[in-house]
Design a protein around this ligand. Structure first.
Ligand code: AMP
Length: 216
């Protein structure tokens, strides 16, 4: 199975990736998590990445592509789910050539459609675990009461000032990626509103309908 989850920040890509990865034993290629892990290591490279993301902008294509390729090659370019990658048309074209060269093209791109007001509410309520990167929602999926509150953080790019910039960046840089995949006949839209299990089931239905399940 080789597919991508596509959608704006707060669409629920990370939550669904975690659910599907476990169910189908997939490798997840989540460039945002890779970037946050590098930032956490506090190396010069991590500090450079932090400067890009903290205000809501994108990390340059070449850096993200290198991160994605090294993770994809670890998993042998098969059985993967893409979360938050590609985020520009340049990245999408680069990925297309890479996967063609490995004879492992993407099978479907599932676009999770969520209204802006739901996104704004979700992002302002989102908190993540500093180490596991697990995502919580303060009211709908609160962190366990026995967890050290110091471990639960508000992502710097989930603060109000950065959210608007991320949504603008999405509209300008990332939205065109959906047209690229639509033109290739790979894009399927689903509603990203509902419980995480309802949304998971919609995704599974698409994977079944597109005959993506159980393919090597
Ligand atoms: P995410 O966790 O997917 O929302 O990503 C967090 C941040 O990492 C984004 O706001 C971007 O600054 C950066 N990022 C993640 N994936 C990419 C990508 N594919 N291209 C460029 N920047 C990215």
């Amino acid at each position: 199975m080789r597919f991508a989850l596509f959608g704006p920040p707060g669409a629920g890509k990370g939550t669904q990736t975690a659910l599907l990865q476990q169910m189908f034993d997939l490798q997840s290629i989540a460039t945002g998590n890779m970037i946050r892990s590098a930032i956490h290591e506090d190396t010069p490279f991590g500090r450079q990445l932090n400067a890009y993301i903290q205000d809501g902008g994108l990390v340059p294509d070449e850096i993200v592509q290198e991160l994605a390729e090294s993770h994809l090659s670890q998993g042998g370019f098969n059985q993967f789910i893409l979360d938050g990658f590609p985020r520009t048309v340049v990245q999408a074209k680069w990925l297309h050539s890479l996967l063609e060269s490995k004879k492992a093209p993407l099978q479907v791109v599932i676009s999770m459609v969520v209204p802006d007001e739901v996104i704004l509410e979700r992002l302002s309520q989102r908190r993540i675990h500093k180490h596991t990167l697990e995502s919580y929602h303060l009211t709908l999926h609160p962190p366990p009461a026995d967890l050290d509150p110091e471990l639960i953080v508000h992502r710097c790019d989930d603060r109000a000032e950065a959210i608007q910039i991320r949504l603008d960046t999405y509209a300008r840089m990332t939205q065109p990626v959906s047209d690229y995949y639509r033109d290739m006949g790979l894009l399927i839209e689903i509603s990203g509103v509902g419980t995480s299990l309802e949304i998971r089931d919609r995704i599974i239905e698409v994977l079944e309908n597109q005959a993506v399940m159980n393919t090597a």
